[in-house]
Design a protein around this ligand. Sequence first.
Ligand SMILES: Nc1nc2c(ncn2[C@@H]2O[C@H](COP(=O)(O)OP(=O)(O)OP(=O)(O)O)[C@@H](O)[C@H]2O)c(=O)[nH]1
Ligand SMILES: [Mg+2]
Length: 310
Amino acid sequence: MAVRSTPAELVEAARAGDRRATARLLTALENQTADAAAIAGLVKGGDAQIIGITGSPGVGKSTLVSALIGAWREAGLRVAVLAVDPSSPFTGGAILGDRVRMADHALDAGVYIRSVATRGHLGGLAATTGAAVRLLEGLGFDVVIVETVGVGQAEVEIASLADTTLLLLAPGMGDGIQAVKAGVVEIADVYVVNKADRPGADGAVRDLRAMMSLVRREPGEWRQPICTTVASEAKGVDDLVAAIAKHHDWLAGADRLADKRRRRAAAEIRARVDAALRERYRVSEDLAEAVADGETDVASAVRRVLGDTG
Ligand SMILES: Nc1nc2c(ncn2[C@@H]2O[C@H](COP(=O)(O)OP(=O)(O)OP(=O)(O)O)[C@@H](O)[C@H]2O)c(=O)[nH]1
Ligand SMILES: [Mg+2]
């Protein structure tokens, strides 16, 4: 490869399975280098299934991702994973633990795994992760998995990126009911009770069932299945893969998938517009001080920021 490859050369190499080329493309997008627009233009389109995986720290997300990769690779699909760390400013391989756990797939050219940091990036999670998902999809990956940790805004944003969102729970972590309270339940399409080899898994499934029986649904609405897995032994993974496929079929019917994708594109555009506006219309310290000190009012300050003196 030439010392400095063109975007077209990098895209061609990445499509052929060159992971360094894929990494360089993602880095260019993340850093919004001069090549970013050309790259985005070269990889438009694609038709990946986008899977979000979320849940408390240590429930077994990465272990399950590794098992899912195994199942999808057996089916001949190319799989990419973005491990999103909303708290870290580092990127390109920060989550070492995930790397180690997914080491089974380290030599497989049909698998690409990358850590994504979102803190401090313009447009936040929706813009950075959205762009990365789009690139991987355009490079021809059949499945793009987005793993994110924690409960909160980041998680909800990830769910809006994904076609199908899995919420992982594990017995003894006391997060069954907490998850309900945090409203995460509404974003999940499939529940997974992992670590089913541990005591308390049946109880966790019962709690989830009881909770779901309280939710009223319209006819034809999706009913979230509850899968149980032992990710560390790849047990229950086939049933989970089937549940994900079923949700995808449900989405594909009645134009729901296309609708979801339109909303995703709108969210990404909005996040980028917000970021661009914030860049263009800076709020200076001096102006904030002037308002705080009562020298001017907020409405006048806004007019000044917008350059609108009328
Ligand atoms: N007993 C048991 N242990 C499991 C199972 N799945 C994962 N583990 C273990 O649980 C620990 C955490 O697994 P990870 O896959 O790193 O969990 P995670 O949710 O990705 O963790 P973070 O990325 O740190 O949030 C590891 O030691 C795994 O080996 C399981 O089904 N049963
Ligand atoms: Mg993990």
